[in-house]
Design a protein around this ligand. Structure first.
Ligand code: BGC
Length: 751
């Protein structure tokens, strides 16, 4: 449809029809299931509103969506098609590793492929829009949604957000098998005070612009069709009513022209925030701020028409919002084909197809991070596992198929490959033993969020405390007996999959105590323990890291998790992941990140004799495992940094920084070289290190390669004291290494 026709259509619509285009209702009102993450007062909506709402959230399935679309369009005065939106965050039915894990791959190209595969599964299921990528920068491991972010670094997050947008949308969202992307949650949602979900956010203008906005902007520049507001306040203003944030920064500065949708109920929640007296004021503030679609609140449909009639809101604002929604429907080609790619026959072909499973396996193993790998009692590194050894696989994750993490709402546990299943494919002889060892959680801690109903209720135990205790003792005894017979133990432990995700902040970021008890018991019996860690957030790993010989971080790896774990444990794939988020020493250190400022009294390491230093007196300043860290089954040497020149011109200058990297081990492996830069002194203080580039490469044993990074003036820009992005002359330090801890540094001066 031409722009003129869209405009004519708009002119022909009544005010009520227009307002209904701005309403989004959830699946449940259309006989579906779907996630409900907030208040759902179904009685507030009339049948007419329900069947004239412009979009639906949370439905999928080609046949069901076709029926709803037909019924809707028939009853719609202008037969405008509905938009179907769904949270496809890291896969539809084929679940790829959670986004934080994808961050660990340092491979945006792989992330783009995962997003494209997810888009295809979604598109054939009739979905038009996905609520991804989440581009929120995260530094606080207590926050449950860190799993949905790609980590703590603005540069890496920006590359990942853009890759996801490209993967979902392709070059044109109207193309076959593509869905529209939605960058969320604008802005700053990843920095809630104290790591507590939905909490207030306090960010200086400087921090917002330097660290938090770049990844959203990268997703927007990559062409994301939608942006979602966040639940939090910023400068005391909830995002959905924040005019400066939405109109000036998002639309004005970033040039975003697509649809701005509120988060679930966020417009109405401005009342609870204490920012609006009632629904009418909430609707007014949201439309003035520039929110186009009101997701699951009756603020717009209940009050917007009246606000226009009374002259409190100009109709022009409603028209602009509706036009944006119509344009999106048009870009998706819905006026010509309201089902887009929804096709029941193709659904059967595409969903969970071999190709997607293969990609899920490839992706998962690329996200695993080897945190530790010491020699076992036989004097050789514990991992990879040896084929001729007696091995005991112990822990609640051995048989667990809930490997999907939160926000994989279409993922089915039965589709996933467990560790036991994958190990059995590898080796099926009497040298392999399996035991659960312990429950995932203590019986008192059970969580049930099945169907995500918005409430959390304890799961029925169906077993008395005495029975449960006996069963636990038995599990432990079996595990101990196996550990005693085994040459090595692979202990598969971690967080329960419901301990992370939305509304799952934790103040205690440890592996659940029942599993720690198992860990301690097994370590007493067997001195070759490799821990395979399943989790949705950085955890306090002090004890595990100290006692286990090897630790492999596998996050929540998705449908092909078991296969990927065995690929890495056996050395069929050499681990190459790097941490995208610091693992704090303990919870008291959170939030912690590598790109912090120096302070006026920087601590010079743990032996610094000066008392009045910026440090803790009881723990180190450094995280247990830093951003960018990750080992391999081989080793690499990196030469000192070579710089093209000791000076670089500010005006159009650039220069090269290079190192030679060599695989010094006996097996081929992948290393990710990371370029960090520091502006030593500037008009505002600069982070002690900032990631500015990385290169990931495979080297055969003994192979060496010279790796060159180009440093441009643009890479040296920052948000200066004048409130603009610019570089400033002076001294710069440049590091090239294989983690943010690198000390491999050279200097130049920008002149
Ligand atoms: C989440 C969003 C999500 C939305 C719709 C909200 O609770 O914050 O990220 O897209 O629900 O499901």
């Amino acid at each position: 449809m031409t722009e003129q026709k869209l405009y004519d259509l708009l002119q022909d619509m009544t005010l009520e029809e227009k307002v209904n285009q701005l309403l989004q209702l959830p699946a449940r009102m259309y006989e579906g299931e779907g996630a409900v993450t907030g208040n759902l007062a179904e009685e507030k909506y009339s049948q007419e509103e329900i069947w004239q709402a412009g979009s639906i959230l949370g439905l999928h399935g080609a046949s069901a969506l076709r029926k709803i679309q037909d019924k809707y369009m028939e009853g719609q005065p202008h037969h405008i098609p509905l938009l179907f939106m769904l949270d496809v965050i890291h896969g539809l039915r084929t679940v790829f590793p959670m986004p934080l894990a994808q961050g660990a791959s340092f491979n945006p190209e792989m992330t783009e492929r995962c997003a494209a595969a997810a888009a295809k599964e979604s598109a054939v299921s009739g979905v038009h829009v996905t609520f991804a990528p989440m581009a929120d920068l995260v530094r606080d491991a207590r926050w449950g949604r860190v799993m949905e972010s790609t980590g703590e670094d603005p540069y890496l997050n920006g590359l990942m957000a853009a890759a996801m947008v490209r993967g979902f949308q392709g070059s044109d969202v109207g193309e076959k098998d593509r869905v529209a992307a939605c960058v969320k949650h604008f802005a700053g949602y990843g920095a809630p005070d104290g790591g507590r979900e939905y909490n207030n956010v306090e960010l200086s203008e400087h921090a917002l612009r330097e660290f938090y906005l770049p990844a959203y902007e990268a997703g927007i520049k990559a062409g994301s069709e939608l942006v979602m507001t966040s639940f939090n306040t910023l400068d005391g203003i909830p995002s959905s009513g924040n005019r400066r944030l939405m109109r000036d920064i998002l639309r004005g500065e970033m040039g975003f022209e697509g649809v701005l949708i509120s988060d679930f109920g966020a417009v109405e929640e401005m009342i609870a925030h204490g920012f609006c007296e009632d629904g009418s004021e909430a609707a007014k503030k949201a439309i003035l701020a520039g929110v186009d679609i009101d997701m699951v609140s009756d603020s717009y449909c209940g009050h917007l028409a009246e606000l226009v009639r009374s002259g409190e809101v100009e109709e022009k604002l409603v028209d602009e919002a509706v036009l944006r929604v119509l344009r999106l429907k048009n870009k998706l080609g819905l006026f010509e084909n309201p089902y887009k790619d929804g096709d029941a026959a193709r659904e059967r072909e595409v969903i969970l197809c071999e190709e997607n499973r293969k990609l899920a396996r490839e992706a998962a193993r690329e996200t695993f991070v080897l945190l530790k790998n010491e020699a076992g009692t036989d004097g050789v590194p514990l991992l990879p596992l040896k084929r001729d050894k007696m091995l005991a696989f112990i822990g609640p994750y051995v048989d667990c198929k809930n490997l999907h993490s939160a926000w994989a709402i279409c993922g089915q546990a039965e589709d996933a490959v467990s560790v036991r299943e994958a190990v059995t494919e590898w080796r099926c002889d009497e040298g392999i033993m399996f035991a659960t060892g312990s429950r995932m959680l203590d019986s008192k801690e059970r969580l049930d969020r099945s169907g995500i109903t918005g409430t959390r209720k304890p799961k029925e135990e169906g077993m008395s405390a005495v029975e449960a205790g006996k069963q636990a003792d038995l599990m432990l005894e079996q595990a101990k007996e196996m550990a005693a017979r085994a040459d090595a133990v692979v202990l598969c432990i971690g967080e329960h999959h419901l301990q992370t995700g939305e509304a799952a902040s934790r103040a205690d970021i440890t592996v659940p105590e029942v599993q720690m008890e198992l860990f301690r018991e097994i370590c007493k019996i067997n001195h070759n323990v490799a821990v395979v860690l399943f989790n949705g957030r950085p955890l306090d790993l002090r004890e595990i890291s100290e006692k286990a010989r090897a630790v492999l971080e596998v996050w929540l790896p998705g449908t092909e998790g078991g296969h990927a774990v065995v690929d890495v444990l056996t050395g069929a794939y050499n681990p190459a992941g790097k941490l995208p988020m610091s693992f704090p020493y303990c919870v008291g250190q959170a939030p912690v990140c590598y790109n912090h400022y120096a302070t006026g009294r920087p601590c010079q390491g743990k032996d610094d004799p000066v008392f009045f230093r910026s440090r803790y007196i009881d723990i180190p300043n450094e995280p247990l495992y830093s951003f960018g860290y990750g080992l391999s089954y081989t080793s690499f040497s990196i030469s000192p940094v070579w710089l093209g020149s000791e000076t670089m011109k500010q005006d159009g200058g650039s220069q090269n920084a290079a190192v030679t990297v060599k695989n010094t081990g006996n097996t081929g492996g992948t290393e990710t070289l990371q370029l960090y830069i520091r502006d030593v002194s500037a008009s505002v203080v600069r982070p002690v290190k900032e990631l500015k580039g990385f290169k990931k490469m495979f080297l055969e044993a003994g192979e060496e390669r010279t790796v060159i990074f180009e440093i441009t003036e643009e890479m040296l820009r920052f948000y200066t004291i004048t409130g603009t992005f610019a570089s400033e002359k002076g001294r710069f330090q440049v590091w090239i290494g294989n983690s943010s801890d690198t000390e491999n540094m050279a200097e130049f001066v920008l002149i």
